[in-house]
Ligand binder design. Structure first.
Ligand SMILES: O=c1ccn([C@H]2C[C@H](O)[C@@H](COP(=O)(O)OP(=O)(O)OP(=O)(O)O)O2)c(=O)[nH]1
Length: 475
């Protein structure tokens, strides 16, 4: 049987197809057998031929190389006219021209051959090889060696070397003679009979028995299910095997899953799969595990805030506003512009690497020499939790005009909602004139570290001890 026919449902008449005897019961000749019905036709042939069928090797050949169920009449002991160098009476049959296939042919071809086969009695194991045979009543019987050789599929997890596979590989002599057949003691002709069984998990005896009992002409539905070779073929309500309903690992049908294509984005849909009697796709199951793990390890709000602050202070990702730009993580600050700041630009960073924003004066004024002034900025701000804004002097004004901040750095608290002001001190000898919009100071945003007192009687000793205020270096 060609590979194309492997997963194809058998046509309704496949089991009774008379022309299929060669594919099912014949050896490599079955490789190029007449079609999907070959193996099942072999079943019928086996049933009809009864004990005569299933003989091998030294017995007269009852099944001709043509695959039409006719016997060729060659004695087993003599070299078969079509026998090749390989194994099997018809090992080379497919390389030879074939006799025409007789439509509706049956196992009973040559009556003389049938008589010879009947006279030789029921099939017997050859060289210890166990062959599954079918008697006239349609029931399969196994030899003890067969049972030990694991013909029952329950003993073979993974389904490797299944009779169905063996039957399909009968067109590859090298493989057919390999472990798929030899290790299981199954001949291709027998494998062909068993080919229609469902994949894997049920004892083939029950299936074969059921198929034979159903008649060669059988019910089309049963034939179709048997030939499908899918996991669902033998697990329907008609299956009575106790294990059919107890397999929790049986994969659902291809149409019984929620697939990736059905999924919207990264949404997990376990709540939809259950009611529909479906199972989540593998990718979705993985996604669900990932989401559950993430939910389980989600830190508390306070811990997230602290982690964000720490990461931001250390220049790592996870800051409150997310994406890093050049290794610096921006902090979002709400700003309100007061009427006297209308028309003025918001403070900006002068360069891409500047640490502070230049604050602008919202009002023109003069700082007398040696004097101070509170310069309004026209801005009110709301800092994110855990942050402060520091108001610092500009070095250019300090150097050129002696302008500094007496409270530098000025601290704008997180909970402050008043107007930000800049205290300027003119240490120079000349009055300092300020125009509206002049840059008078700079603002630096920084995370706040809050301390917690732990009162002790004695502090840990250090080398410096109490020395300070110029205790080190030159006096
Ligand atoms: O250069 C500065 C310094 C402070 N402030 C504002 C914001 C700050 O939150 C508030 C109080 O500042 P700070 O706490 O330094 O002053 P204080 O003398 O302690 O005043 P308070 O008693 O109001 O806290 O004044 C500024 O606008 N600019």
């Amino acid at each position: 049987m060609g590979r194309r026919g492997r997963d194809r449902p058998y046509p309704p008449g496949a089991l009774g197809g008379g022309g299929g005897g060669g594919a099912g019961l014949g050896e490599p000749a079955g490789a190029d057998g007449p079609g999907p019905g070959g193996g099942s036709g072999g079943l019928r042939a086996a049933r009809d031929a009864g004990p005569r069928a299933g003989r091998a090797g030294d017995e007269p050949c009852h099944v001709g190389p043509s695959g039409d169920g006719r016997e060729c009449g060659a004695a087993g002991g003599a070299r078969h006219p079509l026998r090749g160098a390989g194994r099997g009476a018809h090992g080379r049959a497919r390389e030879r021209p074939r006799p025409p296939v007789r439509a509706g042919g049956d196992a009973g071809g040559d009556p003389r051959a049938l008589r010879r086969g009947a006279a030789e009695g029921p099939p017997r194991p050859r060289h210890g090889r166990a062959d599954a045979g079918a008697d006239r009543s349609g029931s399969l019987h196994l030899q003890p060696q067969q049972r030990q050789a694991g013909l029952c599929h329950r003993r073979r997890p993974g389904g490797a070397g299944r009779p169905r596979d063996a039957g399909e590989r009968a067109d590859q002599p090298g493989r057919a003679s390999g472990r798929h057949l030899e290790a299981r003691r199954i001949r291709p002709r027998d494998a062909g009979r068993l080919r229609g069984r469902a994949a894997g998990r049920c004892c083939h005896l029950r299936r074969c028995r059921g198929r034979l009992a159903g008649g060669a002409g059988g019910e089309p539905e049963a034939q179709e299910g048997a030939g499908r070779g899918r996991a669902d073929a033998g697990h329907g309500p008609q299956s009575r095997h106790p294990g059919d309903h107890l397999d929790p690992y049986r994969a659902p049908e291809a149409g019984g899953r929620l697939r990736r294509g059905d999924r919207a984005g990264d949404r997990e849909r376990p709540e939809e799969a259950g009611p529909q009697g479906l199972r989540l796709d593998r990718g979705e199951r993985r996604l669900g595990r990932r989401l559950r793990r993430r939910r389980q390890h989600r830190p508390s709000g306070e811990r997230r805030r602290r982690r964000g602050l720490a990461q931001d202070a250390q220049g790592r990702s996870g800051g409150p506003t997310g994406r890093a730009r050049g290794g610096v993580f921006p902090v979002k600050v709400l700003v309100q512009r007061l009427p006297h700041a209308e028309g003025l630009p918001l403070p900006t960073y002068a360069t891409s690497g500047a640490a502070g924003m230049d604050l602008l004066a919202a009002k023109a004024m003069t700082v007398p020499a040696g004097g101070r002034a509170l310069v309004p900025t026209g801005l009110c701000i709301a800092l994110p939790e855990g942050y402060e804004m520091q108001v610092r002097p500009r070095s250019g004004l300090a150097l050129k005009h002696g302008i500094t901040l007496p409270n530098a750095p000025g601290t704008v608290d997180e909970d402050y909602r008043g107007e930000v002001g800049v205290i300027l001190l003119n240490t120079g000898s000349e009055p300092f004139e300020i125009a509206r919009g002049d840059r008078i100071a700079q603002a630096v945003f920084a995370p706040v570290t809050r301390a917690q007192w732990e009162e002790v009687v004695v502090l840990p000793e250090t080398q410096r001890g109490g020395g300070g205020f110029g205790s080190t270096g030159r006096q």
